[in-house]
Design a protein around this ligand. Structure first.
Ligand SMILES: [Mg+2]
Ligand SMILES: [Zn+2]
Length: 203
């Protein structure tokens, strides 16, 4: 059987949301993140981060800084026994014409959420059955991403958490399948859902 995965947004889900975060010292991993990820590990899900980092396109930092930030986060989690299987980031931004921007990243790419490029790339690389997978995010952009995946891969589901921006961004009208306080609460919820579904399937 193919793998199932839980895709996690980074900022506002795993770490504290800092607008336009671009310095390593501003990373603050939530106290509950490791415990939530460990639950997902134990349930047998791959845990994959998918994060938009347009700060690169905006000229605020380099891709190397984004990679270093991601490494710091995953190492801190691993030290607590929580495993992140992969991190995908989108450094792009579509709107040109701002001072200090990095023009080579100012493109309309296929990876920036709510597009599903990062998720489909991961699915190809890890052999993921997206119709048994989830996304956890703190913005309507993440929930819209979930809907876009579900259009192609039925039963892909989203969980909106309230630990981040809490911006009901009206550029994206979307409806989460579930809501939870934070990543730990969301992981417990997914545990209940899949346990029940496995039971029902057994009959
Ligand atoms: Mg976020
Ligand atoms: Zn991109």
């Amino acid at each position: 059987m193919k793998n199932a995965a839980v895709f996690l947004d980074r900022d506002g889900v795993i770490i504290k949301d800092v607008p336009d975060i671009h310095r390593i010292e501003d990373i603050e991993v939530f106290s509950f993140s490791a415990e939530g990820i460990k639950i997902l590990n134990r349930l047998g899900f791959l845990v994959i981060v998918v994060t938009n980092q347009p700060q690169v396109a905006k000229g605020l930092c380099t891709e190397d800084t984004v990679k270093a930030m991601n490494r710091k986060i995953t190492e801190q989690l691993h030290a607590q026994g929580a495993k992140i299987d992969a991190v995908y980031y989108c450094p792009h931004h579509p709107d040109k014409g701002f001072s200090g921007e990095n023009p080579e990243y100012k493109i309309d790419c296929a990876c920036r959420k709510p597009k599903i490029g990062m998720i489909e790339n991961a699915a190809g690389r890890f052999g993921i059955d997206l119709s048994r997978s989830f996304i956890i995010g703190d913005t309507m952009r993440d929930i819209k991403t979930g809907e876009n995946v579900a259009m192609r891969y039925q039963n892909f589901r989203s969980v909106l958490v309230r630990s981040g921006a809490n911006d009901d961004d009206d550029r994206f009208s979307a409806k989460p399948d579930f809501t939870a306080d934070n990543l730990l609460d969301a992981a417990r919820l997914i545990g209940k859902i899949v346990t029940k579904e496995n039971k029902d399937a057994e009959g």
